[in-house]
Design a protein around this ligand. Structure first.
Ligand SMILES: *Cc1c(COP(=O)(O)O)cnc(C)c1O
Length: 398
């Protein structure tokens, strides 16, 4: 990034910060310069996504300068080596509560010892994605759409990651170069039923603009593909990645939709809002995907706050996922009843736009199965007995 370019970006962002942010709604983040290890960091570096990636927190020594580690966390960090090792962007690190190990931001990023406990029903690949893969990097489960895993890296590694079998910083270097998606692109090309391609990963926005554009262009060139989607967490974990250059590139490939992984309203900072605004202003519709996580967002009032704040930053709540039975995530998993209870407290009680669909990804490759409260009490010939969100009973005659 040239320095003039960075200067305009920073100036633009400062303008946005003062002008349009409803301060009442959007939380301020701890000023990074108040954190001792970042006190001398130049704001232009802080705004540079490559700097953020290069300076991720990777070990206990660095992390202990930011938060007061518990013994469980210390052991967790020591054990999280290799696949899904710890990596925390300085941006995300600045959001951690230094004192509270239950901080939702902290629990998603800092490994704990419980990750090494594997319970009997947990699996390496719970959604059987590898089985449904007709070409490298491609998962084809539903008739008209495919999932393309564009990279096995992320800005930050979420401790509840469902693709932990693939994702992380590891010795085996991922092949690079444009040709690694050739077989996947050929498969999509030769299957005329595929009208929707979801590019996820890892995180596709970790790719350099040129590499991402190359891939998008190839898929766009297929006439039967009606629209593209990206699945990312970058606006939340590394909002600096959403540069004007990236947005201008993505804009060319409309219709392109983006799903963003949000789990807690604390993630909706001013800086995150700027990234989402840039995407929305470029005509990219935004949705959210949330994983139901014990102690993080499993209470109805927490989830309600999240979905309300998402609508305020123009992100439409799309899915809440039951936490997949992936190895080492028992400490994050809630009963299904917790999810159903959340749905019960949302539908009817708040804007329909704020109500996502709660789904369980059928273990073994069943795909997303919606679950929720039951509103049909009985059904007979020509007659439905229904209850509404208040529990009042109504009869609908056909
Ligand atoms: C989630 C998913 C999709 C997209 O599903 P939608 O319900 O259309 O968002 C596609 N393929 C796979 C394998 C998936 O897991």
């Amino acid at each position: 990034m040239s320095s003039t370019n960075s200067n305009t970006v920073v100036a633009e962002q400062q303008k946005l910060l003062t002008e349009i942010t409803p301060a009442r709604q959007i939380k301020r983040i701890r000023d990074y310069q108040q954190i001792s290890i970042y006190k001398d960091v130049n704001p232009l570096d802080w705004e540079d996504w490559h700097w953020q990636l290069k300076n991720r927190i990777r070990n206990k020594e660095e992390l202990s300068q930011i938060i007061k580690l518990t013994p469980e966390e210390e052991k967790g960090v020591d054990k999280a080596k290799g696949r899904l090792s710890m990596a925390i962007t300085p941006y995300w690190a600045a959001l951690l509560d230094p004192e509270d190990p239950e901080c939702p931001i902290r629990r998603q990023a800092v490994p704990v010892e419980a990750e090494s406990l594997i319970s009997p029903h947990e699996m390496t690949d719970p959604c059987a994605e590898d089985r449904d893969s007709p070409a490298p990097h491609l998962v084809h489960r539903y008739p008209d759409r495919v999932l393309l895993l564009a990279t096995d890296h992320c800005a930050m590694y979420c401790r509840h990651c469902t693709r932990r079998r693939l994702v992380g910083e590891h010795e085996q270097k991922e092949e690079s170069g444009a040709q690694r998606f050739d077989a996947a692109v050929e498969y999509i090309k030769s299957n005329r039923k595929i009208r929707d391609v979801l590019i996820s990963g890892g995180d596709p926005l970790i790719l350099e603009d040129e590499e991402l554009e190359n891939l998008i262009q190839k898929i766009r060139a297929i006439s039967h593909v009606e629209f593209l989607r990206l699945g990312t967490r970058v606006p939340v974990t590394l909002p600096q990645r959403v540069t004007e250059k990236l947005v201008n590139m993505l804009k060319k490939y409309s219709p392109l939709w983006i799903s963003i992984h949000f789990n807690h309203s604390k993630e909706i900072t001013k800086r995150c809002k700027i990234a989402c605004d840039m995407l929305s202003d470029a005509g990219i519709p935004l949705g959210s995907q949330t994983v139901l996580l014990k102690g993080i967002n499993d209470r109805p009032y927490i989830m309600k706050r999240l979905v309300h704040e998402l609508l305020q930053i123009r992100v439409r709540p799309y899915y809440i996922y039951q936490c997949d039975p992936v190895r080492g995530t028992q400490h994050f998993r809630t009963p299904v009843a917790a999810g159903i209870n959340i749905m019960e407290k949302l539908r009817g009680h708040t804007s329909g736009y704020a109500v996502p669909t709660y789904v369980i990804d059928g273990p073994g490759g069943g795909g997303k199965i919606p679950v929720g409260p039951n509103y049909i009490l009985s059904q007979a010939k020509g007659k439905y007995v229904l209850r509404n969100f208040k529990g009042k009973i109504y009869t609908y005659l056909e």
